[in-house]
Design a protein around this ligand. Structure first.
Ligand code: NAD
Length: 338
């Protein structure tokens, strides 16, 4: 590897993660940029050895390289370990979760012209993990919203809009009911929006109305900024609008580090079968290329993916094809070389 190679932490993850990671690394290597992969293991597979699904060496590696590409990690439901994904975001201060949702030719969906970007606050709200029982028959989860985190995520959304030639930011909330917590989120967004007046439009929607608007006329919206829980739900909804989890990329971005990962989970029933769609991880890697300062290469990868999907001959089962994970990646690599 030459001196310009990027050192990147690679977390293959659980279930379908390793085969998707292998396919994605081959696509990235085909760009010619040059990567040195620092591969570390997290998730179910390492619990027996380390006593935790998130060993310290994983965090140490990301702190060193400042950028990671991550496959999905299984989170046991109910009792057991805390979500590795939530723990990673909190430990590394990855406060912004970026999830673009854009229509692609060749995918059978209800809409053809969706081009949304979801900006989700990643560190607080009901995901702060503050829960307790109140006696044996009641439970409380505490929703934390702060001005600092709300203004920070709003600023991220507006800066993203400026840098990516977007025109409008919509804040999503339920401030009519949660007047203090969601009220503070909305107020913080308004404060930040004032600094962009004349450059980026701003408006807001109540989350239930937003859901209806998104399933009726998604083409009317541009960048959405949301607190953690609504952001989680709405980003899956938006993934559904453009073709489902198999094609939905994501990024978790902080001041000192960034982790790029698909929206989907580890789909254990398809693990090791060379069936899963690598698109979401490959498009997450394209977001990583932009983050690393290679927008032209990012666009080339995205175009190659879109072309292969539009052509429809060498795609995975979820897109109506019979090609496997590796074969799909081969087709993308062939496009990159063309
Ligand atoms: P999932 O996303 O793993 O799978 C749901 C279904 O979507 C699958 O059965 C499959 O039909 C389809 N699917 C998902 N990814 C696909 C792909 N790349 N190609 C083709 N089809 C695909 O969701 P789940 O079943 O709710 O979760 C499984 C595990 O993943 C859970 O333990 C969950 O906690 C975890 N999870 C992890 C992350 C993450 O690591 N960021 C995100 C979500 C879920």
């Amino acid at each position: 590897m030459g001196p310009m190679a990027h050192r990147v932490t690679l977390i293959p993850g659980d279930g379908i993660g390793p085969e998707l990671a292998e396919a994605t690394c081959r696509v990235l290597d085909a760009t010619g940029i040059g990567f040195e992969w620092e591969t570390v293991q997290a998730g179910e597979a390492v619990i027996a050895e380390y006593g935790t699904p998130l060993p310290d060496n994983v965090l140490d590696s990301i702190r060193r390289t400042k950028v990671a590409l991550k496959g999905p990690i299984t989170t046991p439901v109910g009792a057991g370990f805390r979500s590795v994904n939530v723990a990673l975001r909190q430990a590394l201060g990855l406060y912004a979760n970026l999830r673009p949702a854009r229509s692609m030719k060749g995918l059978v969906t209800r809409y053809e012209d969706v081009d949304l970007v979801i900006v989700r606050e990643n560190t607080e709200d009901l995901y702060a993990g503050i829960e307790h029982m109140v006696g044996p028959d009641a439970a409380e989860s505490i929703k934390i919203i702060t001005r600092a985190a709300s203004e920070r995520i709003a600023r991220f959304a507006f800066e993203y809009a400026v840098a990516n030639d977007r025109h409008r930011v919509t804040a999503v909330h339920k401030a009519n009911i949660m007047k203090l917590s969601d009220g503070l989120f909305l107020e913080s967004c308004r404060t930040v929006a004032a600094g962009y007046e004349g450059r980026i439009e701003f408006d807001d929607r109540i989350v239930d109305n937003m859901c209806m608007q998104l399933v009726q006329k998604p083409e009317l919206y541009d960048v959405l900024v949301l607190p953690n829980l609504y952001g989680d739900i709405i980003s899956d909804l938006c993934a559904g609008l453009v073709g489902g989890l198999g094609v939905a990329p994501g990024a978790n971005i902080g001041t000192d580090a960034a982790v790029f990962e698909p929206v989907h989970g580890s789909a254990p029933k398809y693990a090791g079968m060379d069936k899963a769609n690598p698109t979401a991880l490959i498009l997450s890697a394209a977001l990583m290329l932009r983050h690393l300062g290679h927008p032209d290469h990012a666009k080339r990868v995205e175009t190659a993916v879109r072309d292969v999907i539009a052509e429809g001959r060498t795609v995975t089962y979820d897109l109506g094809g019979t090609t496997g994970t590796a074969g799909f990646a081969d087709a993308i690599i062939a496009r990159l070389a063309a």
